[in-house]
Design a protein around this ligand. Structure first.
Ligand SMILES: [Zn+2]
Length: 113
């Protein structure tokens, strides 16, 4: 499952960050997930519950901020509103997704010795 591999990659990153800072535990992980990223946030939380046991994240809380999708025109940068036809009203060009497809590790809170 997609979400499981995301969490595995994420936890590998968190663990290497924790090692770098000689942290003994991770308290909180904050993620930003674009609503167009194709990631199910509930599945992501379930995957985290599965993998955190026995890891440095076993006490960690995970928070997920959903980033709304945003489109703009590649020619004139005009914002194209979601729900409309995704064409720039001026240039008639198809809009490009400029936000909302990210999977971003925003913040890690950890406790050092
Ligand atoms: Zn335009």
């Amino acid at each position: 499952m997609h979400e499981y591999s995301i969490i595995q990659a994420l936890m590998a990153r968190v663990e290497s960050e924790a090692r770098k800072h000689q942290a003994v535990s991770v308290q909180r992980i904050e993620l930003r997930i674009g609503e167009q990223s194709g990631v199910e946030t509930e599945l992501l939380k379930t995957a985290f519950e599965t993998f955190r046991h026995g890891s440095i994240c076993s006490q960690a809380e995970i928070t997920i901020e959903l980033v709304p999708a945003a489109w703009s025109c590649p020619a004139c940068d005009r914002t194209v509103v979601a729900g409309d036809v995704l064409l720039c009203p001026d240039c008639r060009l198809p809009a490009q997704l400029v936000a909302g497809d990210e999977i971003f590790l925003d913040r890690i809170e950890m406790e050092a010795t």
